[in-house]
Design a protein around this ligand. Structure first.
Ligand code: SAM
Length: 413
């Protein structure tokens, strides 16, 4: 039996489960901007609302947020379609909405409450959600492209590239925004899964590092497993004994790279966020790599200046994967810490193709473009850019080798 309508207010905002209050056109607009339900047919939307407990968030009488819960009201529930209008984000409404869901009388005593999110983990973690203890126990039939076949009107705004659950709390800006939805995403994800299964099967240390990052609510901006293996192969192929990583997060790519080191090799990784650096050290320790890896906390430009001042030996491989607005400065500094033959790898240089647009207004894109100009004109760098697709969407990597400074060693020919 249903508990009936639940309504709660906070200042000018109200959350209500009254189906009569729902603004179906507004919900359609919200979902039309999402990457997970863009193009949902009106009839499917109507049925999805009818079959769920719907929570509308209202500012006065205007609906400015939404989520729904699919449930048997006894054992199981699935939270989905969480949306807060852009102008109303950042004030804790998302958390309030989720807390209201969890307090609903029909959703008490459930054995399992599930949701899927791309990078709003920290929001849900604050409400008690945790990564599944046994992710391998879950199976799914997932058709993420199902609505895209019914093409959206050509003048509709493109699906937004951020979270599945747009009620993301205020967080330091992510250096690599989540990829936008692409028609081929489902296939790219499957192929990445197959490549992972063939070539980069999960192992306990990497799985634990990824789980710890999710548990800590970190955004999903680490390299994918297939890319991690790619980095490891590059490191092995170049015989790198000394590596520098700019952008550690929880140490996932660090583990891949450090595994290519010889026993007396060394990897220095730079991370601005002390909590992330701490987590990375824990993950590296668990992977048995702590003796070979040093994580330096602080703004990378300062840490790089410190390494230069300390006169450390040159690095054989540099992986740049931090805030993209400083990309040019990172490559410049990497050069000061390099030798002829050093390989510099820069991640996220294509950014959904936005790299070719000088007018995105996105400091990260502008940073990558400035880095490209710098590399193109640099006499000691011979570089290649590769577009990539995979579980993390459409992006790209730049590979540059440092050439000899001697006359004739330039790259202009
Ligand atoms: C994309 S993540 C790194 C992912 C990691 N390389 C991996 O694949 O597992 C970027 C990291 O750079 C860090 N970062 C951002 N700005 C920074 C800065 N100015 N100095 C050092 N680290 C920075 C962020 O805190 C974040 O953890």
């Amino acid at each position: 039996m249903s508990a009936g309508v639940v309504e709660t207010s906070r200042g000018e905002y109200t959350i209500s489960t009254d189906p009569a209050r729902l603004d179906v056109a507004a919900i359609g607009r919200f979902l039309g901007q999402s990457y997970w339900a863009a193009g949902i047919p009106a009839e499917t939307l109507r049925r999805s609302l009818a079959g769920a407990i719907c929570f509308g968030l209202f500012h006065g009488t205007e609906q400015v947020g939404f989520c729904r819960v699919v449930t048997d009201r006894a054992t199981f529930a699935w939270l989905c379609d969480v949306w807060i209008e852009e102008a109303h984000r950042g004030g804790g409404l998302g958390q309030w909405l989720v807390e209201t869901v969890l307090a609903h009388p029909d959703l008490q005593g459930l054995r399992r409450f599930l949701l899927a999110t791309r990078d709003a983990h920290s929001l849900y973690a604050r409400c008690g959600f945790r990564p599944p203890v046994r992710p391998d126990a879950f199976m799914e039939i997932h058709r993420p492209d199902i609505y895209r076949a019914a093409a959206a009107p050509t003048n509709a705004p493109p699906p937004q590239g951020h979270d599945a659950h747009a009620a993301r709390p205020a967080e330091p800006p992510s250096p690599a925004p989540a990829p936008r939805a692409h028609a081929g995403q489902d296939l790219w994800t499957k192929v990445d899964g197959a490549l992972e299964a063939w070539l980069a099967p999960a192992d306990p240390a990497l799985a634990a590092a990824a789980a710890a990052a999710a548990q800590a609510g970190l955004p999903e901006i680490a390299v994918a497993p297939a890319q991690g293996r790619f980095l490891e192969v590059l490191a092995r192929a170049t015989g790198a004994r000394r590596m520098l990583e700019i952008g550690t997060l929880a140490g996932y790519s660090t583990i891949w790279l450090a595994r290519a080191l010889p026993a007396d090799g060394r990897l220095v990784s730079l991370e601005i966020d002390p909590e992330r650096a701490r987590l990375a050290r824990e993950n590296l320790d668990r992977a048995g790599l702590a003796p070979r890896v040093e994580v330096i906390t602080g703004p990378a430009l300062e840490s790089l200046a410190g390494l230069c001042a300390a006169g450390v030996a040159p690095f054989d491989l540099v992986f740049v994967d931090a805030d993209k607005q400083n990309s040019r400065a990172y490559v410049e500094q990497a050069l000061a810490l390099a030798r002829p033959g050093t390989l510099v790898v820069v991640d996220n240089v294509v950014r959904d193709g936005r790299v070719i647009d000088p007018a995105t207004g996105d400091a990260g894109v502008d940073g990558v473009r400035a880095m490209m100009d710098f590399i193109a004109a640099h006499p000691r760098l011979r570089a290649a850019g590769l577009q990539t697709v995979g579980a993390k969407g459409y992006d790209g990597m730049l590979l540059a080798v440092v050439e000899d400074a001697a006359p004739g060693g330039g790259v202009s020919g």
